[in-house]
Design a protein around this ligand. Sequence first.
Ligand code: CO
Length: 213
Amino acid sequence: MDRYKQLLENNQDWVRRKLEVDESYFARQAEGQQPPFLWIGCADSRVVPDEITGTGPGEMFVHRNIANIVTHSDLNLMSLLEYGVLSLRVDHIIVCGHTHCGGVQAALGHRKTGILDKWIRNIKDVYHMHREELEALADEQEVWNRLVELNVREQLMNLAKTSFVQRRWHEGEFPVLHGWVYHVEDGRLEATLRMTRDDPMDRIYRYEFDDAV
Ligand code: CO
């Protein structure tokens, strides 16, 4: 059988199984979404947010791109962030990197590919910011792993610098920002960082909000 046809058959099985357990399942799904989590992860096919976190439909608003980059010039992510943070009002934003990330590996190399180079440049910038620490490490594998972690940290900072996140922080403690690393080799999710509105940030990035708004 063509492999794509299997996907459609799997879907029919899934619908059947869902309805067996709860016949109004899809009717409720159609009423709307109020996910508590926003996930920003790598597009890598091995890092499947729902499956590795045990979440189901309606629980996680998801954005994935190569190497889980957060950059304010990304119209797609910024639109999603604005909607997720200010309209859906998610409580938690998770930036999840992963070991064996091809995007991070590409950033450590010097091969020219095409437009992807422009995207990967974001990670080279992270390397540049942490060059001293990275170059003190013993081997390439350690550098690769550490750059995955540092990339997550910098992308978390990029989230904190957005007016959307700061708008919510002006009102209360949410959203809490989480930096995680998924270990492809053993399936483990590691929580490496947590950032709240009380964490320090260079004040040049701080916005002021009018309380009347
Ligand atoms: Co990746």
